[in-house]
Design a protein around this ligand. Structure first.
Ligand code: PEP
Length: 247
């Protein structure tokens, strides 16, 4: 049985004060029936973890593919682990799009995260153009396949996959529950071709305009193991309502 995870990606939103309030709001009604994690902007991570680390899991939105060195602006997986993060996102579509991160680089980041005892959340998903051209399966299987090749299938005993169709992120458009299930099943069968047992334990989250009103139907799909939530994770009430939609 895979325990569901609801993860809030705050992106580059908020202030120190709003970040503290958001965490306090989540902790006030802490959902115990699923795993919950939040991914605040870097500067707020360490103080939030210092204050709330025992009560809530935290993740970073990215990490470097390098261990250390002259990489101005980057943050290593070791640093992210050092401040107490449990998770790190790898290959979010905004990193792929605006920072030109390719599949191989994303795979190296997943490898670094694993080396430093973090749980990587590997984001995959097709653009609108790829979707409209009927290339969803090809794109997500290529993205996942590169990480399987680089890290090995055993890594997926730990790695979490997030299917996030790019056309659904922040747009208010959501993949239908049936379509999400179809892609999740495809990803799981790709993992199963390498190792059936690992595939059945790998958590595959859905992300892309998940809201309190559509979460229950998405989370009810057999291969949807929770959600990666952007916009709706910025309001404690909405985020908690999404957590409550986990059955
Ligand atoms: C995301 O940023 O990963 C995301 C899914 O955003 P939103 O929920 O706003 O679509």
């Amino acid at each position: 049985m895979r325990r569901k995870l609801v993860a809030g990606n705050w992106k580059m939103h908020g202030t120190r004060e709003s970040a503290e309030q958001l965490v306090a709001g989540i902790l006030a009604v802490f959902p115990a029936h699923c795993d919950v994690a939040v991914f605040p902007p870097y500067p707020y991570l360490a103080p939030l973890i210092a204050r709330n680390g025992g009560a809530l899991d935290f993740g970073a939105q990215d990490c470097s593919e390098h261990d250390d060195g002259a990489y101005t602006g980057e943050v290593s997986a070791a640093m992210v682990r050092d401040i107490g993060c449990r998770y790190v996102l790898a290959g979010h579509s905004e990193r792929r799009q605006y920072h030109h991160e390719g599949d191989a680089q994303v795979a190296r980041k997943v490898g670094k995260a694993l080396e430093h005892d973090l749980v990587p959340v590997l984001c995959v998903g097709e653009s609108l153009e790829e979707h409209d051209a009927g290339r969803t399966a090809e794109v997500v299987q290529r993205q996942l396949g590169t990480v399987i090749d680089h890290c090995g299938i055993a890594a997926f005993g730990r790695v979490i996959v997030a299917y996030e169709p790019v056309w659904a992120i922040g747009t208010g458009r959501t993949a239908s529950p049936g379509k999400a299930q179809e892609v999740h099943a495809l990803l799981r069968s790709q993992l199963a071709r390498a190792d059936d047992k690992i595939a059945s334990s790998t958590r595959i989250l859905y992300g892309g305009s998940v809201k309190p009103g559509n979460a229950a139907e998405l989370f009810a799909q057999p291969d949807v193991d929770g959600g990666l939530i952007g916009g709706a994770s910025l309001k404690a009430a909405d985020f908690l309502a999404i957590c409550a939609a986990v059955c």
